[in-house]
Ligand binder design. Structure first.
Ligand code: SAM
Ligand code: SF4
Length: 354
């Protein structure tokens, strides 16, 4: 019934939709995108802002309450602002968030504010400028740091900073966690996941710089590259002690930043921000999964880790709302109970909407 939250076959209420606004990006992160970017799309393959907004309106009637706009890099798409304004006008939607690499945030923050954005997650995997260039291939660290400043200055709350940890990149995770001490920044360490195939992941560029290329198997996701969150927290605590700080303290769920989702949060004593861990690999949070994804070309994806997709594009184009909802409900009914640790997915993260 419209307005009620739709539940999947495992009793989970589906209330959170992640929309990939585009699969293009101004960066080419080694764990996410091939060096030359994703293949260009034929005109008309991607949903327009109006079509995506129509989908959002329909599924708001089925219980979606929170929407995240992601990609690819959502800030490079001219569909983003019209889409955000249209979503803001949907009364049932309580929260609009954005995941971005931050490079274009200083320029676009005022318009995003005006369009109704509530909060942002910004990706930052390292504080070392050279390593930042190696990981993102096209990015400069100052851009993302200015993006974080802009997010704080424009009052998007909370500001979360996402860091994907890959063992062979040897990132300074304590340095990143420390950002949470002086400012209200919520660091979230994400376990590296096997998303995309050889076209989607290429750690060779970053690894060549660390001088370990002899051990590389760049076409295959390597489980040893995932650093389990418990190990990571121990690493951060050990570095904190060496620097004369206390260990991270666990936070009650009620004290976690809003939209906490699957992250578990901790805090350095007295810090203004927090440190979260997202353990999709070492500790599945499937039983609490309330999300669905919509790809930029109009496919509903019940699970990040499964290639099963249900396209609503033609039904949207035909103006057949009943059919759109049938497909949406079928996608929810197919949401798996839990995900396997798989060897990869056909689409790269940038194409799914990470
Ligand atoms: N371009 C935006 C950004 O980088 O924030 C939004 C899209 S990006 C695909 C969304 C998130 O997915 C980023 O935080 C990124 O670091 C993360 N991500 C990409 N590939 C990943 C992988 N293989 N494992 C874990 N996280 C990944
Ligand atoms: Fe672009 Fe984000 Fe993927 Fe990096 S993680 S290549 S910024 S979509």
């Amino acid at each position: 019934m419209a307005g009620e939250r739709l539940r999947d076959g495992y009793g989970r209420e589906i209330s959170y939709l992640r929309i990939a606004v585009t699969d293009k990006c101004n960066f080419r992160c080694v764990y996410c995108m091939p060096e030359n970017g994703v293949p260009p799309r034929a005109h008309g393959e991607l949903l327009t802002a109006e079509e995506t907004a129509r989908f959002a309106r329909l599924v708001a009637g089925e219980g979606i309450r929170r929407i995240r706009l992601t990609g690819g890099e959502p800030l490079v798409s001219n569909r983003l602002l019209p889409l955000m304004r249209a979503i803001r006008a949907i009364p049932e939607i309580e929260d609009i968030s954005l995941t971005t690499n931050g490079a274009l945030l200083p320029k676009l923050a005022p318009e995003l504010k005006e369009a109704g954005l509530d909060r942002v997650n910004i990706s930052l995997d390292t504080l070392d400028p050279a390593q930042f260039g190696q990981i993102t291939r096209l990015g400069r660290i100052e851009q993302t740091m200015r993006g974080i400043d802009a997010a704080l200055a424009w009052g998007f709350t909370p500001v979360k900073v996402n860091c994907v940890v890959v063992r062979r990149l040897h990132q300074d995770v304590f340095g990143l966690a420390r950002l949470s001490i002086g400012r209200p920044i919520h660091l979230r360490f994400i376990e590296y996941m096997p998303i995309g195939d050889e076209g989607g992941r290429d750690l060779v560029a970053a690894d060549a710089a660390s001088g370990e290329s002899g051990e590389l198997r760049p076409e295959q996701w390597d489980a040893s590259d995932t650093v389990p969150s418990a190990e990571l927290r121990e690493r951060i605590n050990a570095a904190a002690r060496a620097a004369g700080l206390s260990d991270l303290e666990p936070l009650e769920e009620a004290d976690a930043p809003s939209g906490a989702g699957p992250a578990r949060y901790w805090r350095f004593p007295g810090a203004r921000g927090t440190v979260g861990f997202i353990s999709a690999m070492s500790n599945h949070f499937c039983s609490a999964c309330n999300r669905l994804r919509l790809t930029a070309d109009g496919a509903v994806r019940p699970c990040l880790f499964s290639d099963e997709e249900h396209s609503v594009r033609e039904a949207l184009r035909a103006g057949d709302d009943a059919r759109v909802l049938d497909i949406y409900r079928a996608a929810i009914a197919h949401k798996p109970g839990e995900h396997e640790v798989i060897a990869g997915t056909a689409r790269a993260m940038s194409q799914i909407g990470g």
